[in-house]
Design a protein around this ligand. Sequence first.
Ligand code: ISL
Ligand code: CA
Length: 618
Amino acid sequence: MNDITKTTKLKDIYRTPIGHDILSLIAKQIGKTGAVFKNPFIGNLTFAIIQKFAGKKVDSTLFDTLISFINSCKDEITDFGNTATSAPQPAWWKEAVFYQIYPRSFCDTNNDHIGDLPGIISKLDYLHELGVTALWLSPIYDSPNDDNGYDIRDYKKIMHEFGTMEQFDTLLCECHKRSMHLIMDLVVNHTSDEHEWFQKALHSKTDNPYHEYYYFHDGSAENQPNNWTSLFSGKAWNYYPELGQYALHLFSKKQMDLNWTNPSVRAAVIDMVNWWLDKGVDGFRMDVITFISKTAGLPDGNTTIGAMSKMYGLEHYIYGPHLHEYIRELNEKAFAPHHAFSVGEAPVIGMSMSRLLTNESRKELNMVFNFDALESGAHQRFDIYNYDLNYYRTYVIDWMEQYGSGSWMSLFFDNHDNPRMISKIEKDASYHTVLAELLCAMQLTLRGTPFIYQGDEWGIPNHSFSSMQDITDVESRNLYETLLSKMNPQEAFTKICAGTRDHARILLPWTPAEREQQSAKEEVFCFYKKMISIRTKSPSLLYGTFSVVSKKKNRFFYIRSPYPSESYSYFIECALSRKQVHKAKLPPDAELVLSNYKTRSKRLRAYEINVYRFIDRR
Ligand code: ISL
Ligand code: CA
């Protein structure tokens, strides 16, 4: 593939992996999808023409930066065929219903108001009854909890608030007894600054192998090595006067980035992963795994990109030059020999780069978590707005049809890093029950692996915080401090409440006394249980093809067609807003198998979803 230049047409740039995803990201900022670059006028523009129109408004280095980033990927996008119609290779992780547990707030059994391993063990039968077949545990390793366990101090020790290694072994054994897989969280882009490796790294900057485990750069108190900023606000460097050096942290000040160019780091990570896989763990969710390769020399980030994204330097770490090499080595030396499962967290990158990470021919990851649909349109997580499910429909159709026959989607609406999706969509709680069930049935009838986040099965909404005293998340507390330079405390607190990760980290209300609207929660639980059972028993929903029947505004009708071993097709009709919409013309003899409304109606009501099955006689 030839390098692109300033005179390459946008439609040709859109055909390159990084170019496709960058142009899609730019389109998203104006509420469009990348398809806009197939438009003859826009597709024939070039960076040179745009530069001419934009003049001084756009710094000339922006296009140079984009061009070198796009040219840094030499992989071709081979046509991997249409995801929606290909017959995939069966695998347990394609058929699984995953449930993400954030141990700190899942279930507490010793009254310290912190979830623990005995709490998880005590709920395995509950999860088994729900129909869950695989668990993903957010980190349970020893940690000072600056970022609630995503700052690991000892990879082979259990955090004392959660319990002991013996209790972990019991948990793993009890999962396997119930034919449930268990995956852990692999956080190896960084370690805690209290990790033994980092503590040894501080001893001296010469003749010290551990010093090369991290990114240390010479400097003085004023001039830090580059302009990179942390995703948790502020600069991405700590200064160590005793060494006269800075060390890199893309996240909190206590999460120090590992230097993956160092073969000793890669070997140490591979050793640790094998240690857990030898214990019988079934795989890992890999925390910001796409950040592990950085541009050599850690050069300054482009100021226009930094100002737009609030992440100065991101073009130098979101998809670095050796990323595929490192992941392939990890797969070859640890995951593949154990037939272990891997899902990589892949912030910022889009479908094309994700395809190169997950296509089976690449022997890298099984799946990724893509975040393009976590906010609708050009919105960011801390914006105060109503999420538009029409955006989700466009996103999911695009991925269902373009991702490629050798790649497999993860399907999720919630996780531990985001406010609850039902509250993003609707601020009026009276819609939350039907909305929770709409999201459930969409997630479990689309093609891909569903990841249910703890509490989704009760339709848990966002929490109401009364002041910043209630907010514990390091990302939110840091952001609040920076916001105070631009707005008053009340406005800053309101903005934090719109996007804080704390919404997803409130202890689950297990006892009826703790549960408001207990009957609504039980209704949503029963709906989840039924929908999971329908999916689990239907190869068509697991592996069948996907085709769109209607994508008109506020509607989403689609068909899942039989996988060879089954006769039934499924027809799903959804209303994506409060507005009533015309119903679909159903296939003959369609039988309603699940609905989030108890009565029937001529039109689809607010957030109504109906799942039908039928024999396709066409
Ligand atoms: O919030 C986000 C996604 O909606 C991102 O900004 C998130 O912080 C980023 O995707 C990385 O998240 C992962 O790494 C962080 C940790 O705080 C998150 O909990 C984890 O999911 C650093 O380890
Ligand atoms: Ca506890």
